[in-house]
Design a protein around this ligand. Sequence first.
Ligand SMILES: Cc1cc2nc3c(=O)[nH]c(=O)nc-3n(C[C@H](O)[C@H](O)[C@H](O)COP(=O)(O)O)c2cc1C
Length: 283
Amino acid sequence: MILAPLRGVTIRCFRLTFAREIASAGFTEAVTPFITATPGFDPLRDRELRGGERIMTTPQFISKDPSALRECLERIKGAGYQTADLNAGCPFPMVRNKGRGSGLLKTPETLRRLLSVGCETMGPGRFSLKTRLGVDTPGELLALMPLINEFPLRFLAVHARTARQMYEGDCDLAAFRNVAAASKVPVVYNGDAPLSGAAFEPPVADVMVGRPFVRSLGLRDDSTALLGRYIAATSEELSGDRPVLGRIKELVSYWKDLPPWRRRWSLVKLARSIEELQLAIRD
Ligand SMILES: Cc1cc2nc3c(=O)[nH]c(=O)nc-3n(C[C@H](O)[C@H](O)[C@H](O)COP(=O)(O)O)c2cc1C
């Protein structure tokens, strides 16, 4: 399984702190939350790419600018990263209306140039695409498969929803199967997949899982201790209570409907200092 990128959640600090839990759940790779590829930006300045991780880490970029993407990929390649991923799935209107993320599904020529730069710079079988079934309708990705099949991609990861659906509503397995059947590159399923690794027909190369794994941490008997570790690691990395509280609340919000955390969440969300936070999570 591949750990899905969840901006603000499956970040490097999370991956380092929970490295053991991630490995024992069966993950062998993590895609980083997106890093914006802009002209002149050195992606190695991004906190995500400081190395030191046991799990294979694939940096993900969001961009509509092929030369900025090339510059970023050359830099990470020089630093030893062997794989990279392009975000063509981010559904937020601010991003998509500017032609980035899922907006790339509406601008096939830009997508083609980005895929071409990605495969050329990283090499065949080293660049992947993470996307959705479409922006407005679930047939849009299928219509783009001839274009996508032109490239020697490492994999095509498909979150089986449209951008309009955001993160809600049912995944469309029938539309996903049509894409998988049309794909010449390995297909990775994503979207509400169980941690056990779902069985799909046609078979998929891999499954990518995000929120179900994050939620599963809150159901463990040692979830309070895990959170304690994350608070400690976050406090070491960030200065001041506010950013630490922001990051921890983001994680605990995934647990708010779980019986062991329902009551504690109402206290956690009100906490205004790390001390109040520590009190809120006490058993
Ligand atoms: C808070 C949040 C942040 C996300 N950030 C990213 C991101 O940076 N890059 C990306 O490709 N997908 C991102 N996603 C989408 C997830 O990677 C994944 O496609 C989606 O959550 C469905 O998979 P899941 O049901 O296993 O979580 C994000 C999703 C959420 C909820």
